[in-house]
Write a protein that binds this ligand. Structure first.
Ligand code: AP5
Length: 248
């Protein structure tokens, strides 16, 4: 079954809540993990790191294995652009240039989405500025900020060889994570494409924007005592092992 067909996925409710018949509520995930898995896991996790660091890749694995809901601002914005919504029209020129979409558009969007979530949530690509982080802090306590640390040279090669699925947002790589069938998504059969902002010149600009605007969030979350930095140049599975330790 495609994840999008799953009721819990559509309604942003943790799958175990359905299985156990536990009603949605702010503390139900913690109760549930204590009850079913006998471990306590971090509930609200910010995925930090430069473009191509593996936020989406590791986020997808956390969602598949533990049922976290992943809210990716990049995925939401690309969908808005594809659907030609007002948000999409306003965001497109910034995204094409590798620049940040203005804070007011992003903060409004994320506050709405966060309200809909019950249980464990991964924030992928948000916050990206100190202003966004302050706005998030007003509505939600962050339990863990996972900082994926990768040198710029490797990021350029990862991004220029990335292929993405427009239908389920799965990500692949021409060398390190090939789909079983060339050009076709393993998960949903969608036709893979190269993102416009994954061309080399735009990637370089995205990295500059990251260092200037988003890197300060590493200090921001370190001061709050919730930062864990994961050196992220090994294989996807090796990195996932470190991620699993950090969330427990
Ligand atoms: P967004 O979509 O969030 O892009 P990003 O942050 O630049 O992150 P990416 O999706 O490029 O990388 P990733 O870290 O998820 O890496 P992935 O797992 O895919 O944002 C796009 C745009 O939207 C922004 O530029 C901006 O305009 C706008 N925007 C979004 N959020 C915003 C916000 N909050 N405020 C303002 N504007 C916002 O991996 C990359 C590749 O590497 C893949 O091919 C993968 O298979 C491969 N890979 C992953 N791990 C490994 C590994 N360990 N070894 C080898 N290859 C690997």
């Amino acid at each position: 079954m495609n994840r999008k067909d799953c009721k819990c996925f559509r309604e942003h409710v943790h799958p175990y809540q359905y299985i156990r018949g536990i009603p949605p509520g702010p503390s139900s995930l913690q109760l549930l993990y204590g009850d079913v898995l006998s471990i306590s896991m971090k509930t609200t996790i910010v995925l930090l790191g430069p473009p191509g660091a593996g936020k989406g890749t590791q986020g997808e694995k956390l969602t598949d294995e533990f049922g976290y809901v992943r809210l990716s601002t990049g995925d939401m914005l690309r969908e808005a652009v594809r659907n030609g919504t007002e948000l999409g029209k306003k965001a497109k020129e910034y995204m094409d240039a590798g620049a940040l979409v203005p804070n007011d558009l992003i903060i409004g969007l994320m506050k709405e989405k966060i309200k809909e979530v019950n249980g464990g949530v991964l924030l992928d690509g948000f916050p990206r500025t100190v202003e966004q982080a302050d706005a998030l802090g007003e509505v939600m306590k962050v339990d863990l900020a996972l900082n994926f640390d990768v040198p710029d040279e490797e990021l350029i090669s990862r991004l220029t060889q990335r292929r993405s699925c427009p239908d389920c947002n799965a990500v692949y790589h021409l060398v390190t994570k090939k789909p079983k069938q060339d050009g076709i998504c393993d998960k949903c059969g969608g036709k893979l494409y190269q993102r416009d902002d994954d061309k080399e010149s735009t990637v370089k600009n995205r990295l500059e924007v990251y260092h200037k605007n988003t890197q300060p969030l590493i200090d921001y979350y370190e001061k709050k005592g919730v930062l864990v930095t994961i050196p992220s140049t090994g294989s996807i599975d090796e990195i996932f092992e470190k991620v699993k330790k950090a969330i427990q």
